[in-house]
Design a protein around this ligand. Structure first.
Ligand SMILES: Nc1ncnc2c1ncn2[C@@H]1O[C@H](COP(=O)(O)OP(=O)(O)OP(=O)(O)O)[C@@H](O)[C@H]1O
Ligand SMILES: [Mg+2]
Length: 212
């Protein structure tokens, strides 16, 4: 049976990495074969694009350049890893996917909805995750956590207003799509994990019912 694609989304420092560990364990305990991906990245070429995108270039990086690079990396990952894994029956847990571009490039950088739709259509041809967990955090809180991990990269250095716009777009899009579940990441980690576990358990039981 074809696998499912579960994505964890959120601003820097929202807690995606720790939640992904929890989701993987939960799926494995339910007998699923699990693969993990991260975006941008996840294939040799896509990881090179990740380095390129995060690098502090001594020149203006146009919004369209950043957008096209993100999608180039995504197509590599989708074609070479996500789709083959799903075809093999594995469940794929993604650290970010298309919603990140919709929120960061669309909301944060202000790329038009028309452009976002056009490029997403070309690159993904309608593909979307089966379930997305969006970890909602105030930018100041998330960035403070991320800062604790080391120096901020080029994108993380964009001011607070950029992340406010990004968060707003995340919430707006989540409100329009039942497959995106919002979990507040402004609680202690244990409460965040409990809320995520509830969503994953609910999803697993809905899948079991669908195949019963
Ligand atoms: N709910 C929480 N309360 C307090 N600290 C947290 C919470 N969630 C995560 N942290 C801490 O914040 C830091 C950032 O978390 P993490 O690396 O998981 O975020 P991330 O969403 O993966 O960030 P990035 O997008 O930058 O990869 C870590 O040190 C983590 O332990
Ligand atoms: Mg992370």
């Amino acid at each position: 049976m074809r696998g499912k694609f579960i994505v964890v989304e959120g601003l820097e420092g929202a807690g995606k990495s720790s939640v992904i560990g929890l989701i993987k364990e939960t799926l494995q305990a339910a007998g699923k074969q699990v693969e993990q991906t991260r975006e941008p990245g996840g294939t040799p070429m896509a990881e090179a694009i990740r380095d390129c995108v995060k690098h502090d270039w001594n020149e203006n990086v146009a919004e369209e350049t950043e957008l096209l690079l993100m999608y180039a990396a995504r197509v590599q990952l989708l074609t070479n890893r996500i789709l083959p894994a799903l075809d093999n029956g594995a469940w794929v847990v993604g650290d970010r996917h298309d919603l990140s571009s919709q929120a960061y490039q669309g909301g944060g950088r202000g790329v038009s909805a028309q452009t976002m739709r056009a490029i997403s259509d070309i690159a993904l041809n309608g593909f979307k995750p089966d379930l997305t967990i969006y970890l909602d955090v105030e930018p100041a809180v998330g960035l403070e956590r991320a800062r604790g991990r080391g120096e901020l990269d080029r994108i993380e250095q964009a001011g607070l207003a950029f992340f406010e716009r990004t968060r707003e777009r995340y919430l707006e899009l989540a409100g329009q799509d039942d497959s995106i579940k919002v979990v507040s990441a402004m609680q202690d980690m244990q409460s965040v994990h409990k809320a995520v576990l509830d969503e994953i358990t609910l999803y697993l039981s809905s899948q079991n019912e669908a195949t019963a």
